[in-house]
Write a protein that binds this ligand. Sequence first.
Ligand code: ATP
Ligand code: MG
Length: 145
Amino acid sequence: MMRILLATDGSPHALRAAAFVARLVRETRGVELILVNVGHVPAVALGGPGAGAMVDFGVLEEGLERAGQEILNNTLRELAGIDADIAKEYRRGDPGGQILEAAKAKDVDLIVMGCRGLGQFGGLILGSVSERVLHGAHMPVLIVR
Ligand code: ATP
Ligand code: MG
């Protein structure tokens, strides 16, 4: 059984990665697919004077989780009709670190992700999350361009 982790932030890049996984799964028997989204509190909300007073972390985290579940469902839609055992996993924290943790915990054979995400700096070849995962992973990583 081939186990694949698909990391998604709901960006067009991540959905392209999902479309590639769909194709891969169509050609492969017995795939177990784990969709992972990581909700993270931007550093700007954590640091700085008065940040703690301005941000209600309970509300923030609930919102992040709701958004994360929606991203996972949108990505699932991209995978409609494929014959795989699909699980969704929402995590909280540093996206790269959490994707690596999930990959290790589930002992996946492959991590699939987009080259870029929702970030604003479109000029880079690789976003910081995909770079971090590529650096830290002990299993194959497929970056979809
Ligand atoms: P940066 O975040 O460094 O500003 P970016 O947003 O363009 O740049 P990344 O965040 O590295 O680029 O996104 C690359 C890929 O990593 C995405 O296509 C997606 O597959 C995965 N990814 C990014 N963020 C998350 C997240 N929060 N949860 C799950 N997967 C993610
Ligand atoms: Mg990003």
